[in-house]
Design a protein around this ligand. Structure first.
Ligand SMILES: Cc1ncc(COP(=O)(O)O)c(C=O)c1O
Length: 465
């Protein structure tokens, strides 16, 4: 593992953080295991495509923080823009008729990049709240149109839309076992995962099957009761699932036919991750009614999200007598807006989305070669949004028992070799910074091959293979 010492005077501080972490409730964590072992990975510094732990060990950041550090760590331009904005105006509200220069500038910038008539944007601070905001907006929209029964939401098994009470309801049920949510509002359609769901169908047949499932659900629930369909163009945290060709257009057509609004959740797929600022239209050929985004909007330097709505929805929301009864203190926060503008400026100046169309493809194709390993069932995804699904038997696609913790084992093996990737059940997923060079791509794939090979040997030894 690469070593790179931290400045000496920071060690005492880090040790203190380490011993005090028992007060910190981690997200999506096994709190019992944390209580027993107290073992955390403390990431304390970042630079480019690397991060450093508390002991000074260097890691390739294979997950871009959490699908978000698109321009890489430690960009002075973003940090300076945040600091300058803080000195000028630390905070002001965007309630009522108030605004400030950068919120206004960012709203123009974001809508100028969004497709077609998506010309209005509501800012918040997380993807979850962006999605909640989208649904609230659509409920208010249909109320104003005299269709107050149109409340239900179509989502998919395998979806991830966030962790608030509503966003987790739209997320695949797997993510909320034993926890409550607004699930009565949501119907989950079949997951568009050909590897697991197509069952011998070819792509066209599978697409017809998914369209049929959607239409049947609409007929059963009644279009008069359905407000929207929410879909990530590529499902991320549910297993990096790329729907079959034509799926986005087909589902868009069905939504239009039944007067159901289409929310494209581009929290991950925007800002260059698959080669474009937004992917709904540029990659998948559809213009949704709403796009939600977050993460790459600021490359994670500040918490910010955007709910971008069409002229048509905005017309209804802003008609005389209507009040927009939705608001968050930090909506359009000056520091977040400064980070987003500086981040987008870097992406444009360095042509990052365009570069991803080359380097991301090299990454994707390199990873696909790992399918020759005994336990790699499928490598899937697009550009810098990739996942590997592990199987015990490639022919039958049989999975490892849950106790084997296959994703965790591979991630652990990679981490001990200086690469951070994310375990996800029987998978590992990767979403590195978009500035990864070809050399770093090759290094990452070599480490992965080595890590998976080592795990295969262990699995044989302990009788799991
Ligand atoms: C597609 C998608 N939507 C929404 C969210 C929720 O975003 P946040 O964690 O910022 O609330 C995520 C988070 O990973 C996501 O991947």
């Amino acid at each position: 593992m690469a070593q790179d010492g931290l400045p000496n005077d920071s060690h005492g501080e880090l040790d203190r953080i380490l011993t005090n972490d028992s007060h910190h409730v981690h997200s999506f964590a096994d709190l019992w295991a944390l209580r027993q072992q107290g073992e955390t990975t403390v990431i304390s510094r970042g630079e480019g495509v690397h991060v450093y732990d508390a002991s000074g060990n260097r890691f390739l950041d294979g997950i871009g923080g959490l699908w978000c550090v698109n321009v890489g760590h430690g960009r002075d331009e973003i940090i300076d823009a945040i600091a300058a904005q803080m000195r000028e105006l630390d905070y002001y509200s965007t309630f009522y008729n108030l605004t400030h220069p950068l919120a206004s500038e960012l709203s123009q910038k974001v809508t100028s990049m969004a497709p077609g008539s998506l010309n209005h944007v509501y800012f918040a601070n997380s993807g979850s709240v962006a999605n909640d905001s989208a649904v609230r907006i659509l409920h208010a929209y249909f109320n104003r149109l005299g269709k107050p029964r149109k409340k239900k939401i179509l989502s998919r098994i395998g979806a991830y839309h966030g962790s608030t009470y509503l966003a987790i309801a739209m997320t695949t049920p797997e993510y909320r076992k034993g926890w409550d949510s607004a699930e009565e509002l949501v119907h989950h359609l079949v997951c568009p995962n050909a590897y697991r769901e197509a069952d011998g169908m070819n792509d066209d047949e599978f697409l017809d099957f998914l369209a049929e499932d959607m239409k049947n659900a609409i007929e059963r629930i009644g279009a008069e009761n359905i407000a929207c369909f929410i879909a990530e163009p590529i499902l991320g945290a549910g297993g990096v699932i790329v729907p079959p060709d034509g799926y986005h257009r087909r589902t868009r057509e069905i939504c239009s036919e039944y007067d159901i609004k289409y929310i494209s959740d581009e929290v991950v797929t925007a800002f260059g991750r698959i080669g474009h600022m937004f992917s709904s239209q540029a990659v998948f050929g559809i213009e949704p009614d709403i796009i939600t985004t977050a993460k790459g909007l600021t490359s994670g330097y500040q918490p910010m999200s955007a709910t971008i709505i069409s002229d048509e929805i905005f017309e209804v929301l802003s008609a005389q007598g209507a009040m927009f009864l939705h608001g968050m203190t930090y909506s359009g926060h000056p520091a977040c807006a400064a980070a987003a503008l500086a981040n987008i400026a870097i992406m444009e100046r360095e042509s990052i989305p365009e570069r991803v169309r080359t380097t991301g493809k090299i990454f994707e194709q390199g990873l696909r070669q790992l399918e020759d390993l005994d336990i790699v069932g499928q490598v899937r995804g697009s550009h810098f949004m990739m996942g590997l699904e592990f199987v015990r038997n490639k022919q039958t696609k049989a999975l490892f028992d849950e106790e084997v913790k296959i994703g965790g084992r591979v991630a652990q093996a990679a981490q001990s070799r200086g690469l951070i990737i994310r375990p996800l059940g029987n998978m590992v997923v990767m979403s590195p910074p978009l500035v990864l060079t070809q050399e770093q791509i090759e290094e990452m794939i070599a480490v992965l091959r080595d890590s998976i090979s080592a795990v295969i040997e262990d699995l044989k030894k302990d009788g799991n293979l």
